[in-house]
Design a protein around this ligand. Structure first.
Ligand SMILES: [Zn+2]
Length: 240
């Protein structure tokens, strides 16, 4: 029996002489694994389909529990992501997050569509903002939503310096002050990236430092919730 999926390559692992195991995020079946045989040979027809962030329609042969790629037709290779180290790690970070947050065979259409849209956005625009928007949405779809950006203790609007309590994922004001300090620049980024679609977001007012700190904060929170690491996020935070 053959299966056909729209899928994004989340992870690859080489095995044998020329083969590669793919972790695919499919629209129709969630996360699955599939073997791609011979794809590391020079000139292999399916070489493109075994690259990270490849978005294609895959036809898989199923035998028992095993799936093997028979053919693939490219939907979007997101090539711009391979030509810029920041974009590359942002895309790898997105894939790493999906890999941790998804369970095998559990469909998550919204996360899939957002992942594809975010990769597109990374190609053409600000890759960190695209990653942060995706990260916030992915956390909330996985049951780890951040608390609203008001003080969790007294309810007042957060202005200027605020505080973030990692274990609860909530913010407090400078008077209530629980957890680690959060700069106004970081809050501005989180506010802009968490906004519902259609809401105005003045990207040019967000600072590079704010974006980096926002990523650091979300990653620290993600680690306390999942106990998992995403190497590409750590790389991204190390990049100058
Ligand atoms: Zn307060």
């Amino acid at each position: 029996m053959d299966e056909k999926f729209d899928a994004l390559v989340l992870r690859t692992a080489d095995y044998g002489e020329y083969d590669r195991m793919l972790t695919l995020f499919t629209l129709q079946k969630g996360k699955i694994s599939a073997a791609a045989k011979g794809v590391r040979r020079a000139g292999a027809k399916l070489r493109f389909a075994a690259q990270p962030f490849c978005f294609a329609e895959y036809v898989l042969a199923v035998r028992g529990e095993r799936r093997t790629v028979i053919s693939a037709s490219n939907t979007d290779g997101f090539y711009a992501l391979r030509e810029d180290v920041n974009k590359f790690y942002a895309a790898a970070a997105l894939c790493g997050l999906c890999d941790v947050l998804l369970f095998e065979n559990i469909v998550n259409e919204e996360l899939f569509l957002r992942a594809v849209a975010a990769l597109k956005e990374m190609c053409d625009g600000d890759e960190l903002l695209a990653l942060l928007r995706f990260f916030l949405r992915a956390l909330s779809l996985s049951g780890y939503a951040l608390a609203p950006l008001v003080c969790a203790d007294c309810g007042q609007e957060l202005a200027g310096r605020a505080y973030f309590e990692l274990s609860e994922g909530c913010f407090t004001c400078a008077d209530c002050a629980r957890g680690a300090g959060v700069s106004a620049g970081t809050l501005a980024v989180l506010r802009a990236c968490g906004e519902e679609e259609g809401a105005a977001c003045r990207e040019e007012e967000l600072t590079a430092d704010g974006k980096r700190r926002a990523l650091k904060l979300l990653y620290a929170y993600f680690r306390t919730k999942t106990d998992a690491r995403v190497a590409a996020i750590e790389e991204l935070l190390r990049l100058p």
